[in-house]
Write a new protein. Sequence first.
Length: 346
Amino acid sequence: MKRAGVGTGGGAGRRPPVMADVARLAGVSHQTVSRVVNGQDHIRPETRRRVEEAIQRLGYRPNKAARTLVTTRTATIGVIGTEGGLWGPDTIHRSVDHAARQAGYFVSSVSLDAVSREELASAVDHLLNQHVEGIIMIVGNDEALELVRNHDVGVPLVVCVGELETALSPSDTEQYGAARLATRHLLELGHVEIGHIAGPTAWPEARAREEGWRDELVAAGLRPPQAVRGDWSAASGYAAGRVLAASPAVSAVFAANDEMALGALRALAEAGMRVPEDVSVVGFDDMPIAEFTIPPLTTVRQDLHAAGRRAVRILDAMITESGAEVPPVPELELVVRASTARRPRR
């Protein structure tokens, strides 16, 4: 699967040049570039000229946080999350806190009641007033994407959005491919009526997973049914499961995350339907509880703890302009457990 690259949060594409790139091109040290950028004296004219030419050639733009390193540092990063209580974002948030402390940073967090453009902008302003050196935004919807693409917040910014090259989690391409893999697993078991409990349309990950499910069915010559929309919560999965349980043709369900899959398991049980004897269920995320449900849940595994650590590594490299290598996004994999079986004969 395609891996996400590293960027600044200002748009898709290649990683923008950092101070270390300028130093390599000019043939000088990182410290020399820093002195030129900050207008310090006692630099030979020829050295200054080489550095300035490298800056112009690369299109390098010093970030405000990096320039403050010459005088003082707050050693604080900001984290913006949500109060939704969702396992995925909460897991990344905890991992960010731990990794940031290990990297020597203090963490200032803001939790949003509503993920809107206004709320996001207000949270950014709140953190900037605390002089954070960078921000990690654990919000993956279109409002966050628009804010990052169209607003320069003045400090490095890393966002959990698959469409951006700064993605903390697997890219849309990987989410899409994993959804096709999960759907293909059900097709190989003989299922032809596979319902989908989709996530919110404003989230790129939800759209990628829904598209993967739909395209895999079309590729198999099947007509996809209407997806049932959820909001990532177990309660919405329960409501969607009740809708799907009322359709006698559905023999399998692919939920866009494990929490909705867990809600669907209860709804199916209340409707007198056995999993997997009557209906197979597949989730997405591989929450720790997934292997202890009844029956254990087949699901797509993604390492969200690694996502939090990777976010801090990306942000630290951007703040210090070190050009340090960032570990790639771990690949997604299908974990087959007892919630899926061959299509029952009816």
